[in-house]
Design a protein around this ligand. Structure first.
Ligand code: NAD
Ligand code: TYD
Length: 338
């Protein structure tokens, strides 16, 4: 069999990774697993579905996953509940996928003797970063949201499996991603699609929180660098140094799309909102020779172009289940401007 299993492969980053891998390294025999929750979409894999085997499954379902993982050369786990705001509404799905699901995968990797497991993690596990500091992999975990706490739990479970059982696992911790196929609940696709639709742009609090933006294709090359060259039991931060305040990013998107600033609407802040994320990525750059290749300007222009050309993709999302969620979150603020 000797297949490589990509879990969460129909979500934003997972599907970009599968598409990228099919293009750049087509020799691999891929099995893509996804539960197809609200964020999973087979349309993201449309152009490669004849090159991969797709299995709709829950990573927390040990019996089903045993059959899929048996004989695999490795597992790269992108599957997760991924949106902070949703985790504030209900933590339960986050514990199921991000904690129980990861432990189930680790147990199976051990039981089946799978040679390599990569857990895709996040910078949010470090919590808010003080000004002039960039967190390194050894810094302590201080997550603020149920989402971040569930991802920190996963990282701890991975490390425990490495130490206790010698499970051959590694972890990446990436900063905020953007690019094609990102579900329009996250900042960049929400703002782009709202601008295109002439809807208000909800900026939380004072908008001076900063995030470190990483194009999803740069994330894919980093994941591959760690998958092919990383050391077992090691954590690798993935970032760019592109630290931008939310309001500046929103303003930049308005400028690139030629829209009006009047769309900006300051709304109540997110509870427990982390002020700043910033990573020290020297381990990845010095030990594995990785560097990001896509500048923020180039990446945002390409992303805007993608959302312009794939309007049917996001319009169908925005008019479905997501509509209900959005109305619950923002009420009638989400109306086209006068
Ligand atoms: P996403 O929400 O777009 O995709 C997650 C995918 O996982 C979806 O397709 C969903 O159907 C699937 N999934 C969820 N629970 C599952 C389960 N129990 N079994 C099988 N599949 C399941 O998220 P994303 O933005 O693509 O994030 C992917 C990974 O990268 C996550 O682990 C996330 O924590 C991490 N990450 C994301 C970012 C970011 O900016 N988006 C940054 C750093 C790390
Ligand atoms: P988000 O894309 O949800 O990612 P994360 O919370 O995981 O960093 O949000 C990015 C930043 O944008 C974060 O500081 C919250 C802010 N934000 C808004 O100001 N308005 C919005 O409508 C959303 C979704 C996010």
């Amino acid at each position: 069999m000797s297949h490589l299993v990509i879990t969460g492969g129909a979500g934003f980053i997972g599907s970009n990774f599968v598409n990228w891998l099919c293009r750049e390294h087509p020799e691999h025999d891929l099995v893509v697993v996804d539960l197809l929750t609200y964020a999973g979409n087979l349309a993201n894999l449309e152009s490669v579905l004849d090159q991969v085997r797709f299995e709709k499954a829950d990573i927390a379902d040990a019996d089903t996953m045993r059959g899929i993982l048996d004989g695999a050369v490795g597992v790269i786990n992108f599957a997760a509940e991924s949106h902070v705001d949703r985790s504030l509404e209900s933590a339960a799905p986050f514990l199921h996928s991000n904690v129980t699901g990861v432990q189930v995968l680790l147990d199976l990797v051990r039981e089946l003797g799978i040679p390599r497991f990569l857990q895709i993690g996040t910078d949010e596990v470090y919590g808010s970063t003080p000004a002039d500091v960039r967190f390194s992999e050894g810094d302590h975990l201080n997550p603020s949201s149920p989402y971040a706490a569930s991802k920190a739990s996963a990282d701890l479970l991975v490390n425990a499996a490495v130490r206790t059982w010698g499970v051959p696992a590694l972890i990446t911790r990436a900063s905020n991603n953007y690019g094609p196929w990102q579900f329009p609940e996250k900042l960049i696709p929400l703002m782009i699609t709202n601008i295109v639709e002439g809807r208000p742009l909800p900026v939380y609090g004072d908008g001076l929180q900063t995030r470190e933006w990483l194009h999803v294709i740069d994330h894919c090359t980093a994941v591959w660098a760690v998958w092919t060259g990383g050391e077992i039991g090691t954590i690798y931060n993935v970032g760019t140094g592109n630290d931008v305040a939310n309001i500046d990013l929103v303003q930049g998107l308005i400028d690139l799309l030629g829209a009006s600033e009047d769309l900006i609407t300051y709304v109540e802040d997110r509870p427990g909102h982390d002020r700043r994320y910033a990573l020290d990525i020297s381990r990845l750059t010095t030990e594995l020779g990785w560097q990001p290749q896509i500048s923020l300007e180039e990446g945002l222009n390409g992303t805007i172009e993608w959302y312009r050309q794939n309007r049917a993709w996001w319009e169908s999302i925005k008019s479905g289940e997501y509509r209900e969620y959005y109305e619950r979150m923002y009420g009638d603020r989400d109306q086209p401007a006068e």
